[in-house]
Write a new protein. Structure first.
Length: 234
């Protein structure tokens, strides 16, 4: 049966340019070129990327599905705002996902898996010793958590993590920007402890540590945002 005729499905389209647009705009947002709340104008983006407005529009739709951008009638598309209320919502979801991922990873991780995680923490420590900036450490941090979610061996769980990863990245970048020293002080020790629990196969302790790791980051960020808001009002 020809599904392209009559009431069937339309032909599949190549989406390479739309995906490229999404990748490039996401990179720009996470590099700080478009801060939280900034407008994303199709015409300017199309001209900058040298692609059609249609491809940009499709790319922005990808980012909207990731929760990184929002569109409103008569207001166009903007990078999401970073607020305490939405931080609490986002980090609550992440805590639940990371809790399950840690428990499953503790049950499944082989010695070579925890050795890989140790290598990632060693890389964080080395970058820290070299005075790496927050964004570089954060990239290693998220790569570490990517690996734990993959080790969990649950595709739907990983899809859930992938669905919020860009938002987590943006919110964590804000945390780092508002308090780099605080982040640098905790990043190696907390991840090292989580690897130790995974190596021991202690799923209960690993899930508790993973959840607290996320919720403590949320508490820090919410305090930072409250202080920033108070400073604006003063």
């Amino acid at each position: 049966m020809d599904i392209t005729s009559g009431g069937g499905m339309g032909r599949a389209r190549r989406r390479g340019l739309a995906e490229e647009a999404a990748d490039r705009i996401r990179e720009a947002i996470l590099a700080g070129h478009f801060p939280p709340g900034a407008p994303l104008r199709e015409v300017e983006l199309a001209e900058s990327l040298d692609i059609s407005r249609g491809s940009v529009r499709e790319g922005l739709a990808v980012l909207a599905r990731e929760g990184l951008t929002r569109s409103a009638w008569h207001r166009g598309t903007n990078v999401i705002e970073v607020t305490a209320q939405e931080a609490e919502e986002l980090y609550a979801v992440r805590a639940a996902l990371d809790r399950l991922a840690a428990r499953l990873a503790a049950e499944r991780a082989a010695p070579q898996d925890t050795a890989e995680l140790d290598a990632r923490v060693d890389a964080m420590a080395a970058e820290l010793a070299r005075g790496a900036d927050g964004p570089r450490l954060l990239a290693l941090d998220l790569d570490f958590h990517d690996r734990i979610h993959r080790l969990a061996g649950n595709r739907r769980l990983y899809d859930g993590w992938a669905g919020i990863r860009s938002q987590v990245h943006l919110y964590q970048l804000t945390r780092v920007r508002l308090g780099h020293a605080d982040y640098r002080a905790a990043v190696v020790e907390e991840h090292r402890e989580l690897v130790r629990l995974l190596r021991a196969g202690d799923g209960r302790a690993a899930q508790e540590a993973a959840e607290e790791h996320v919720l403590s980051a949320c508490r820090v960020l919410c305090r930072q945002l409250a202080a920033t808001e108070a400073g604006r009002e003063a």
